[in-house]
Design a protein around this ligand. Structure first.
Ligand code: SAM
Length: 279
């Protein structure tokens, strides 16, 4: 037995004939000590609803429940996993709500009660798309207090990167403009069944009550997009995509026209977005 009185996950996979499918990004975590450790990276879970995307056979779900989550709302697309998840729900009355749904189409707001934390070993094929949606809601603060998410290590590095870092770009700016981010732990390929080719890492993201620097979100995304679209070019050239005379807005923002995107802080990009909106 593991962290609860349910059977080991290998038995669950065998009994429900859950062979991992590549098309669904299925790389399962079967070590319940590891899934409990990942759950702990989200901090205190008591008093929180947890949104989990892609519970699969339920290893992380069991970790979240064992670590004291008030309630877990789990969205899983693969019908084959429903029976295994129902066993976990039966063992934890009233604490696990499973929806058979595609996370890209399903809005979980109506089944979640604040405060909410999102914790997931995401399918890699939809992970970045979901992260960007969670980082760019219509209103801030978002519906979640924190995100604790597994990514390929390279994506994790792009989320936490700072200016001057080769991973610094659109994702780091989007994330760190309104959140604190850090890599909580690395996870080697052999921790998964089947083992993926690359290393993974768990990223922790905490929403700030308001942005670090004022800027219109859409303008900021436009400026950052143009700057990193041609990241080797000087800003006086790359920003022609957003303004006919980039030197003018660069001067208002107090940025050297010969600078390149990767040298500019989030504060600098916000100043550029404000200068653009003022013109
Ligand atoms: N959380 C489980 C674990 O740690 O062992 C499974 C992780 S596996 C990397 C990703 C899971 O997401 C799979 O169970 C897969 O079926 C599910 N999934 C894939 N695409 C999905 C989608 N669009 N919406 C909801 N679940 C999805």
């Amino acid at each position: 037995m593991g962290i609860d009185n349910l059977p080991p996950l290998r038995d669950v996979l065998d009994r429900h004939d859950l062979q991992a499918r590549k098309s669904l990004g299925q790389n399962f975590l079967l070590d319940l000590n590891l899934t409990a450790k990942i759950a702990r990276q989200a901090g205190d879970l008591s008093g929180h609803d947890i949104l989990e995307i892609g519970p699969g056979p339920g290893g992380l779900t069991r970790g979240l429940l064992a670590e004291g989550a008030r309630r877990v709302v789990a969205l899983e697309k693969d019908h084959r996993c429903m029976a295994a998840l129902a066993e976990i729900a039966d063992a934890n009355p009233g604490r696990l709500h499973v929806a058979e749904a595609d996370a890209l189409d399903f809005d979980p707001a109506s089944v979640l009660n604040a405060p909410v934390k999102v914790v997931a070993n995401l399918p890699y094929n939809v992970g970045t798309e979901l992260l960007i949606r969670w980082l760019t809601p219509a209103n801030w603060p978002p519906f979640w207090d924190s995100l604790t998410l597994m990514f390929q290590r390279e994506v994790a590095q792009r989320i936490v990167a700072e200016p001057g870092d080769k991973h610094y770009g659109r994702l780091a700016i989007l994330a760190n403009w309104r959140c604190d981010t850090y890599i909580a732990m690395g996870v080697p390929p052999e921790a998964f069944t089947p083992a993926p080719k690359v290393h993974s890492a768990v990223v922790h993201v905490t929403a700030l009550p308001k942005p670090r620097y004022p800027a219109n979100q859409k303008t900021l995304e436009r400026v950052v997009g143009a700057a990193f679209n041609q990241r080797r070019k000087m800003l006086r050239s790359s920003l022609k995509q957003v303004h006919p005379n980039p030197e003018e807005i660069l001067e208002i923002a107090g940025i050297k026209p010969t600078s390149r995107a990767e040298e500019i802080s989030i504060e600098g990009f916000c100043a550029l977005a404000q200068a653009l909106d003022a013109k």
